[in-house]
Design a protein around this ligand. Structure first.
Ligand SMILES: [Zn+2]
Length: 107
């Protein structure tokens, strides 16, 4: 299941069990991929490599890594489609999915 590209993986977490083929951008601490249920063109998710329910369970370097990848995704989407604006939202300590994740949605 976990091929080492993901740390602290959970077998029943859709993010931890996601195929590495879906990853579009990554850094040391985080991964980006297209949302499986996009609400608009370019809708992207950013997740930390560590399985945590809250991004506030991460250390400062990991939090910075997540935010840096959000910035990279935003810049790439801005260049690709020149949206009017972005909605960027952290789903933290969520009940529907067991792992915190950040939506980057061009609008
Ligand atoms: Zn997970």
């Amino acid at each position: 299941m976990c091929a080492g590209w993901y740390s602290a993986a959970l077998d029943n977490c859709p993010f931890c069990t996601m195929s590495p083929d879906r990853v579009t951008l990554e850094n040391q601490h985080a991964l980006a991929f297209h949302d499986a249920y996009p609400i608009g063109r370019g809708h992207t998710l950013v997740i930390q490599r560590a399985h945590v329910e809250s991004v506030f369970d991460l250390g400062p370097a990991e939090q910075a890594g997540v935010w840096d990848l959000v910035a990279q995704v935003r810049a790439r989407l801005a260049q690709a489609s020149s949206p009017d604006d972005f909605t960027i939202g952290v789903n933290d300590d969520v009940r529907t999915l067991p792992q915190a994740h950040t939506h980057v949605i061009p609008r």
